[in-house]
Design a protein around this ligand. Structure first.
Ligand code: KG4
Ligand code: ZN
Length: 341
C-alpha cells in the first residue's frame, strides 16, 4: 500500500511517500521539504497569506521530487494522506485541495490526518521505534501536551499547557532577546554559551501535583530581567537564555517522568519541534536512565513539521481500519483537539 503524505499546516511544505506492509514493517521511500523560514524572517513571524501562496508554488515540484527519489509512478499511489488541521486555515486549504484533487484524478481515497497525530506517531519512523502503549510528550510551536498513546487513534490527554506552548515560549523569549524568527533554535544555541544558575527563573507548575504546564509567566520573568539591566552584554544575554531554557527543560522533564510513573508504563516518546532541543534530550536521558525508563525521539528531521509523519499516520490509520474516505468533498479544521473530537 503506497501512501502519499502532504503537510501544509504552517510554514513548511512537506511531501512524502510511505509504503505500508499491513504490519509494522513499513518503509519511508522518499520525503521532501521546503521550509519558508527565509521568506517569513523579514516579518518576524509567519505571514499566513504568504504561507498559503508558497505552499501552492512548492507542492508540485516536491511531489515530482519524491516520485523520482522513491522511483514510483503517480499511478502506483493507493491513497493520499494530508494534514486536515489544526493550523493556518489558508495553508491547510492548499494542501487539502491539492490532495483531494490528486486523489480524485487517481481514483484513490484520501486520509485526512490530525497534525498532532503525525507528530505523536513520528518516532515510529526511527530505526529503533517504541511499541504501544507509551507516554508521549508533544512539544511544538502550538502545543504542549502529555498523552497516553495506547495505539493508532487511541490517545488520552494526561496534561497540557494552560497558556503558551513550550515552542511559543521559546519563540517569544527569543524575540525579547532580539533573536530572529523562528527563535527556538537560536535561543537554544545562545543558551549553550550561558552559565548555569547565573540567572534563576521560576519553574512554573513543577510542583502543581497535576500534569499541566504554564509557560507564559517565564516570558514575563525574562522581560523583567531584561528591563532591569541598563545595557545587556552578550554574556548576560546568553545567561538569560540559559536560565530560561533550564527552567523549561526542568518542568518538561519533571512532568514527563511523573506522567510515565503514574501511567505505569516504561516508554516515553518525545515529539514536536522542541523535541529537537539538545538540553531537553540530555536532561531527559539522564533522568530516564535513573528511573529505568526508555526515551524515544524522532530523527531530528522528523521532529519539526514534515510530510513523512503525515504519510505514516495515513498508512497506520488505513491499516487500523480508520478514516479513509472517498476523494472529493473536504473541509479543513484550523482548530481541532486531538482527543474528544
Ligand atoms: O513541531 P513544529 O515544527 O511546528 C508546530 O507544529 O508548531 O515546532 C516548531 C517549534 C517552534 O516554536 C520552534 O521554535 C521550536 O519548535 N523549536 C525549538 C528547537 N527547534 C525548534 N525549540 C527549542 N529548541 C530547539 N532546538
Ligand atoms: Zn508541528
Amino acid at each position: 500500500m503506497l501512501i502519499l503524505g502532504i503537510e501544509s499546516s504552517c510554514d513548511e511544505t512537506g511531501v512524502a511517500l510511505y509504503r505500508g506492509d499491513g504490519g509494522d514493517g513499513g518503509e519511508l521511500l522518499a520525503h521532501a521539504l521546503h521550509s519558508q523560514v527565509a521568506m517569513h524572517e523579514d516579518y518576524g513571524g509567519v505571514v499566513p497569506e504568504l504561507a498559503s501562496r508558497d505552499h501552492i508554488r512548492r507542492l508540485i515540484p516536491l511531489l515530482r521530487q519524491v516520485l523520482a527519489d522513491g522511483r514510483c509512478a503517480l499511478a502506483e499511489i493507493d491513497a493520499v494522506a494530508y494534514t486536515q488541521g489544526p493550523g493556518l486555515a489558508g495553508a491547510l486549504l492548499v494542501g487539502a485541495a491539492f490532495a483531494e484533487a490528486l486523489a480524485t484524478a487517481l481514483g484513490v481515497p484520501t486520509v485526512p490526518v490530525h497534525h498532532l497525530e503525525g507528530h505523536l506517531l513520528s518516532p515510529l519512523l526511527s530505526r529503533r521505534p517504541p511499541r504501544f502503549p507509551f507516554v508521549a510528550l508533544l512539544v511544538s510551536g502550538g502545543h504542549s501536551q502529555l498523552m497516553r498513546v495506547a495505539g493508532v487513534g487511541q490517545y488520552e490527554l494526561l496534561g497540557e499547557t494552560l497558556d503558551d506552548a513550550a515552542g511559543e515560549a521559546f519563540d517569544k523569549t527569543a524575540k525579547l532577546l532580539g533573536l530572529g524568527y523562528p527563535g527556538g533554535p537560536a535561543l537554544a544555541e545562545l543558551a549553550e554559551r550561558g552559565r548555569r544558575d547565573e540567572v534563576q527563573l521560576p519553574r512554573p507548575m513543577l510542583k502543581s501535583g497535576d500534569l499541566d504546564f504554564s509557560f507564559s509567566g517565564l516570558k514575563t520573568a525574562v522581560l523583567t530581567r531584561v528591563r532591569e539591566l541598563p545595557t545587556i552584554s552578550d554574556q548576560q544575554r546568553a545567561d538569560i537564555a540559559r536560565g530560561f531554557q533550564d527552567a523549561v527543560v526542568d518542568v518538561l522533564v519533571g512532568k514527563s517522568l511523573r506522567a510515565v510513573a503514574l501511567s505505569g508504563l516504561r516508554q516515553l516518546v518525545v515529539a514536536g519541534g522542541v523535541g529537537a532541543n539538545r538540553e531537553l534530550r540530555r536532561q531527559l536521558d539522564a533522568a530516564a536512565s535513573r528511573a529505568g525508563i526508555v526515551v524515544f525521539y524522532p530523527e531530528l528531521e522528523f521532529c519539526t513539521d514534515n510530510g513523512a509523519m503525515i504519510a505514516l499516520a495515513g498508512a497506520l490509520r488505513l491499516q487500523a481500519g480508520l478514516a479513509g474516505k472517498p476523494a472529493g468533498a473536504f473541509a479543513v479544521r484550523p482548530r481541532w483537539p486531538l482527543t474528544g473530537s
